[in-house]
Design a protein around this ligand. Structure first.
Ligand code: TRP
Length: 339
């Protein structure tokens, strides 16, 4: 998307601080955020309001929120170029989310696969209503900033569709207010799968020991997890959509997301090699990605005050835009302005 009238199109995205970030978060989201930050006007938030749709320990949530923000910077986001902020620091998110919740048809919400998957694991009595309304909050995040593009993994495409539909509905009922956002899926690595179970997306909240490589895993631990990744009894190293071959496909996907090489070039490079060679190559490139990232992260976490100043600036920049949009939406919906 080219700049219109000299203004860069706006990008907004977020990750929940509900666990330790994994290479799936890095390759499926953060890496792309960093790559686009000079070409777009970028807003990246730590979505703590989304995290509480499932129960969180308070001290843990606070800590994870700081850690996530530090990791955004460690991964390469420049706070002077990208706006980095915490979702709950800008109250307009909660306020617009309520207005959108009131307009969101239950039928649409019940059709969301993420809700169906997450609620299937709990009883009716234990599911918070926030889990169902999650997409309205996400729509508020996006619409408050008039975001043109939203970089997310393809599991979030349905929530993006929902956001567009809801924005359209609002615009139709109350007049043009919101920009309809488009999805921006990364080319490779959009979906890094579990190393222990390559048919399920790698998750930061999955407990199994060899499931995910966390961004803060020690390099030997990260290597070990990759060397233990589930593969298959075939020999051929090639990209494949077959369920049986999901493990090898996942390793190749990780390799490709890091090296940015074409599928053909990668398959040619591994043509005469065994799975052991493939795993070692993946382990090497993952380790060389993690090493500088961890160094920056630990430096940031010891530099008292810096992170707070980044989040304060982010809150001010994001808040000003979000407040203006909220005000317009409130006026359109018929709220009496305070005098
Ligand atoms: N739902 C997203 C996820 O789980 C996180 C998210 C919340 C988000 N608000 C957003 C992503 C706004 C993009 C834009 O991955």
């Amino acid at each position: 998307m080219a700049a219109v009238n000299g203004k860069k199109p706006r990008v907004l995205s977020g990750i929940q601080p509900s666990g330790n970030l994994t290479i799936g978060n890095y390759l499926g989201a953060l890496k792309q955020w960093v790559e686009v930050q000079h070409d777009y006007d970028c807003f990246y938030c730590v979505v703590d309001l989304h995290a509480i749709t499932t129960a969180q320990d308070p001290a843990d949530l606070r800590q994870k929120t700081r850690e996530s923000a530090a990791m955004y910077i460690a991964a390469g986001l420049d706070p002077e170029i990208s706006t980095i902020f915490v979702q709950s620091h800008v109250p307009a998110h909660s306020e617009l989310a309520w207005m959108l919740t009131c307009m969101a048809p239950l039928g649409w919400l019940h059709r969301m696969t993420q809700f169906k998957d997450k609620s299937a694991k709990q009883t009716q009595e234990s599911i918070g209503a926030g889990l169902l309304n999650y997409p309205s909050l996400m729509a508020a995040d996006i619409l408050l900033y008039h975001a043109d593009l939203v970089p997310v993994g393809d599991d979030q495409n349905q929530h993006l569709e929902f956001t567009r539909d809801l924005a359209q509905r609002f615009n139709h009922l109350y007049g043009e207010t919101f920009t309809l956002p488009s999805v921006m899926n990364p080319q490779a690595g959009a979906r890094v799968m579990g190393l222990d179970n390559p048919t399920a997306k790698m998750s930061k909240s999955e407990a199994a020991e060899n499931h995910a490589v966390f961004l803060l895993d020690s390099l030997p631990a990260a290597r070990k997890k990759i060397m233990r990744a589930v593969t298959d009894s075939h020999r051929e190293i090639r990209f494949s959509k077959e369920r049986e071959r999901a493990g090898v496909n996942n390793l190749l996907t990780i390799y490709q997301a890091i090296t940015n090489e074409s599928s053909d070039a990668i398959e040619a490079d591994f043509a005469d090699m065994g799975y052991g060679n493939l795993k070692r190559a993946v382990a090497d490139c993952v380790a060389s990605t993690l090493e500088p990232l961890q160094a920056r992260y630990y430096e940031l976490m010891t530099e008292a005050g810096y992170l707070d100043s980044v989040l304060k600036l982010g809150r001010e920049k994001a808040g000003a835009i979000a407040e203006a949009t909220l005000k317009l939406a409130q006026e359109r919906m018929g709220f009496l302005a305070p005098s």
